[in-house]
Structure formats: C-alpha cells, structure tokens
Write a protein that binds this ligand. Structure first.
Ligand SMILES: *Cc1c(COP(=O)(O)O)cnc(C)c1O
Length: 546
C-alpha cells in the first residue's frame, strides 16, 4: 500500500482556518478551476482506466488480511492526506480490493455496471446538495420529483390523462415516494396498508397514534397477517417486525413448479385463517414481479382478484422486475401489475442508477395520507413539502438522476437493456441444457435463472434410489455446488451467486444463480464461466471421474 508516498515533499498538514478555507474550494480563478478539473479527470478516467486493467472481479487477498489494515479507531487531530492523495489512494489501494461489479463476468447479483453518465448525474446531485424533505431546501426539485413519480406511475397504472393532469402537481396527492431502497419501499407499502385498515373511527384515533394493542381492540382483531410466496424478499419480514405485525405473521405460501405463488395453497391458507378462532385480518397479499432468487413473476391478475373480493391490500414487489414494463416485447410478463394498490421498484437495479434509489407507488394518490406527518418548522399542511408523506426525512435529489436517465435513454434504451438481459438468460439456459454436467433448475422468466452441477452418475443414483439415498445424493450434490461456487469466486475472474431453494416434499437444493443485466455480458463470456465451472469440478472435485 502506498499511503505515505508523497509525504516527504509536502509541508506538514494542519487543521487551521486557512486550510479550511482552501478546502471549501470554489472555482473562482483559473488556477483553482484547473485543479478541480484535474481531480475530476483523475476520478473519471483514473478509475475507469483502472477498472479496465483489472478485469477480474476482485484481487486475491484474504478478508482477514484486509481487515488488519483497518484496525485504527482513533481520528487524527490533524489532516493526514491531501485530496489528490486521497483520490489516488482510493483508486489504487481501495478499488482493487472492492468488487468490480461492472465486470461482464460478474453475473451473480442485482448490482452491476451502470452507464457512465450516471457518475456525472450523481456529481450534480452532490454539488446541488438539495434536501427534498421540504420545499425550502429543494424548490424546483420537489415539483420535478412529482413529475418523475407521475411518469413511472403512468408506466405502472396507465390512468387516463385527466388523472395525471389532476394529481401530477397537486400538493395533497402522492402518486408515490422516493425512499432509500426496496426494503424501505416495501416497509412503506405495508405501513400504508396497516394504517388504512386500522384507520381512525369514533372512539379510536388510528393505529399510528394509538398503537397496535388499541387498534386490535378497536377493530376486534387478535392478529393480522401478510401473505407472500416463500420466495418473498426478507425485507417483508423486517416490515412485519417494525410495524408490530410480527414477522412470524408474514406467512410464507408455497410456490408451484414454476416458482410462482401456488394459488391452491394460498386459497387453503386463506380458508384456514377464516377458520382460525383467533380473529385474524389479512392486511396485505404481496405478489412478486421478479423474485430475487429466481426472477419469476407471481400470477398477479389472480392475486388481484382474491384481494379485491376481500378488500385486502394488494402489494406488488417489483423491486427487480418493474422496469420490464418499458419493454414492449416483455411487458406482458407483468400484466396485472396495474391492479395493485402499491408497487415497489428499485432505481438501483434495472433502472441502472447508482446506489441507492427505492421507490413505492400507490394507485390511489390519497393512500399516503394515512402516513402523513406535519412539523411546525417544515412540512406544514397544504404545502408541497415531500417529507410530509415519507418514511424518510432528509434525502437526496435522486429523482434528478432518474429523470435525466429517462431523457438520455428513453423507454427504447431501457427496453434494449431489458430485452438483452432476457435474451441472454434464454441462451444461457439453452447452453446449460446442452451441457451434460449441468441441470437447469429454474428456467428464466425474466433475466434470472438457477442451475446446478449434477453429474450423470449421481443423477442415475438419484433416479433409482429410495427416499433415503435420494436425500444422500442431494446432500452430496449440494456440497459440490457450494464448493464450485466458492472456488470460482475465490479465483476472482468471474462470479455467479448461489442460493438454496426449498421444494415441497424434497430436500433443499443448492443452486447457482445467474443474473443477466450487464449489456457487456455476451454468450461467449457466459460460455467461459460455464467452462470454468466444469474445469473446477473436473480438476478439483472429481479428478478421478475425468
Ligand atoms: C432487491 C429486492 C428487494 C430489496 O431491495 P433493497 O433495495 O436491496 O432494499 C425487495 N424485493 C425484491 C424482489 C428485490 O429483488
């Protein structure tokens, strides 16, 4: 590490007023401007060139060794580095040991390459430093944000023009809300669902004011539940905990052979609840539009119908799949999403925005009134202050990035990305089927698929075996996949993630999971990744077989 590389030629750094003024640097003369441009160049091109040279996923160094370099917990009284050195230190010392999520060989997670212009847009957000909690610190950004919310709302719900004319800039309407991430978007949706059900009535001031115990009493309920498929994101359980629903009351519904919520199981779970002597209210049913593990989409129209019959809040978690709506070729995969009461979409996933941007949308622009908070110094009733209806307080002008990205890419640009990902997933699935060593476990519906190594001999053993020996084979196969995934990750050239899928009546299976979102990922690269897995298997796991 080259931490103190230049310290001999520099005068000592001190924390004094003069230095401070220099740090709050403004581009007021040519010399300062030139310096600032130089730094920006260093960031833009230095980092880019660096990442190009290090095409692997990460450098080979143990986490233990890295952690040892970060053991000092005192902050020095005086500055220890100049900006130029900080920047080159981050590029040369930190970046190589971070993860090159932009690599086309990194196909394991929902975090990937972003278009280069996002770096510029992010810089503008930092430079303007608007706080969208209130109008007084954001002004035009607040109305701009309402416009972006309406644009995406329209993509999801496709209401008539008059609807958007009325609500797009109405101070009391909330078509949605920008939050930190998908977790907070899901939490917001369930918060709204909870508060709309346990709303104020004579003798009861509403659950937000009086708490769950009083709400249960007022509504003669003993328990409330949320239902989601077993592939539901764990953020929903967190929401159950935070909202006082209890996360064991976030009920997990089985999936069918296509990894979609099993409607028969859902209906029988609903029947069981009706029979439950404890009076139980189903607060919400969550449909997933692109599950995190398999990318599959729940039967949204059927879920909507069940919810409508019983006046249950219908939430769609489209954190991953939402932007598929921009693709004319594939938007029908999400049909029924317009019937949702609320929808989660993540900007930092398939809108290719930098970390982080969560969004939640509501079909009814008044629903968020149930979570409105006012404060005397900001957020006064009737104002456009976006902090009134938001779980988040201070927050960045992320909507500027999304709006600009939509301008730069158009729906057509995003559609190309979405289509490419789905197409790549399909060709990868074909290639997996073609190769004997592999088994395709969940075929891609969107751009995620899972598969596993399942050697021929073990397949036969499994097919011929009784329950006992099938269990043993599955455990062995699981171990193989665990090991191959780990060895490939440690080798540092490519990355595919792994997860464990539950199957009804069968042993859990460990699968490899590929997420195809990087437009630079080609079939050749995917072929190389599979080759490497085969090689790891033959060289390091079953050398005798080959
Ligand atoms: C990623 C994801 C989330 C959580 O989003 P974060 O932004 O990581 O908090 C929720 N649901 C689904 C389906 C997701 O894919």
């Amino acid at each position: 590490m080259s931490t103190d590389r230049n310290h001999t030629v520099k005068t000592e750094l001190v924390a004094d007023w003069e230095t401070l003024q220099r740090i709050f640097i403004r581009p007021e003369n040519e010399k300062v401007r030139a310096t600032l441009v130089k730094y920006m160049e260093q960031i833009l091109f230095g980092l880019h060139d660096f990442l190009m040279q290090h095409v692997g996923i990460t450098e080979e160094v143990s986490l233990k060794k890295l952690a040892d370099q970060f053991r000092e917990s005192r902050i020095s009284r005086h500055p220890s580095k100049r900006l130029a050195d900080v920047i080159s230190g981050l590029i040369e010392d930190v970046a190589p040991h971070a993860v090159n999520v932009a690599s086309p060989y990194f196909v394991g997670h929902m975090t990937s390459a972003i278009p280069f212009f996002m770096v510029h847009l992010q810089t503008i957000v930092a430079a303007l430093n608007q706080n969208v909690v209130k109008l007084e610190t954001s002004k035009v950004v607040s109305v701009l944000e309402k416009q972006v919310l309406a644009k995406i709302h329209r993509v999801i719900f496709d209401k008539p023009d008059e609807f958007y004319d009325e609500h797009i800039q109405h101070p009391e309407s909330a078509l949605g809300n920008f939050v930190e991430d998908g977790t907070l978007a899901n939490l917001t949706a369930l918060w709204v669902a909870r508060n709309s059900f346990f709303r104020p009535k004579p003798g009861f001031a509403g659950v937000e004011k009086e708490g769950m115990a009083a709400a249960f009493q007022a509504y003669e309920v003993e328990r409330c539940v949320v239902m989601v498929s077993q592939l539901g994101h764990y953020s929903l359980e967190k929401a159950g905990g935070v909202l006082g629903i209890g996360n064991r009351n976030v009920l997990s519904i089985d999936v069918d052979s296509h990894s979609r919520m099993d409607m028969t199981h859902l209906k029988s779970a609903i029947r069981d609840i009706r029979k439950d002597p404890r009076k139980t209210k189903i607060l919400a049913i969550v449909g997933i539009a692109g599950t995190t593990e398999t990318g599959t989409v729940d039967p949204l129209p059927e879920l909507a119908e069940i919810c409508a019959e019983d006046d249950i809040h219908f939430h769609v978690d489209a954190a991953w799949g939402g932007p598929t709506l921009l693709s004319e070729n594939h938007r029908s995969l999400l049909s029924g999403i317009n019937l949702a009461d609320s929808v989660t979409i993540d900007g930092h996933k398939q809108f290719y925005m930098p970390m982080t941007c969560g969004m939640v949308y509501f079909k009814d622009p008044c629903l968020m009134d149930t979570v409105a908070y006012y404060a005397n110094y900001i957020n006064r009733p009737g104002s456009v202050d976006l902090g009134i209806r938001s779980l988040v307080g201070s927050r960045a002008a992320t909507s500027l990035i999304l709006r600009s990205a939509l301008n730069i890419m158009g729906t057509g640009g995003y559609a190309l990305l979405i289509d490419h990902g789905i197409e790549m997933a399909q060709v990868l699935a074909e290639e997996i089927k073609r190769r004997e060593l592999f088994q395709l476990v969940t075929p891609p519906e969107l751009n995620i698929l899972t598969y596993r190594i399942f050697p021929e001999g073990m397949r036969r053993e499994w097919a011929d075996g009784d329950a006992q020996s099938r269990k043993a084979v599955t455990q062995q196969v699981n171990q193989i996949n665990l090991t191959v995934q780990r060895l490939q990750r440690e080798a540092g050239k490519s990355f595919v993630s792994r997860t464990t899928l539950k199957r009804r009546g069968c042993e859990d299976i460990v699968v490899l999971r590929a997420v195809l979102m990087n437009p630079m990922t080609t079939m050749d690269i995917l072929g190389e990744i599979l080759d490497e897995q085969e090689k790891i298997f033959h060289d390091q796991i079953a050398p005798d077989d080959s």
